[in-house]
Design a protein around this ligand. Sequence first.
Ligand SMILES: [Zn+2]
Length: 65
Amino acid sequence: MPDERPRSLCVFCRLHPVEDAWRPFCSERCKLQDLARWADGSYQVAGETVADADDDESENPSSEK
Ligand SMILES: [Zn+2]
């Protein structure tokens, strides 16, 4: 039986094995990019508050300006 088990892959790039120093990432680069993704807001789930301001009649398909 194999003595060494496969190492987990980086949770960000899913390409490189995780380095202990950067768990659960493979490198500092992936760690920073993952953090930046959250800070950037591109990964947000409920980020439509801005569009809601002009969304009063969005449920009415016959609304015309
Ligand atoms: Zn990575």
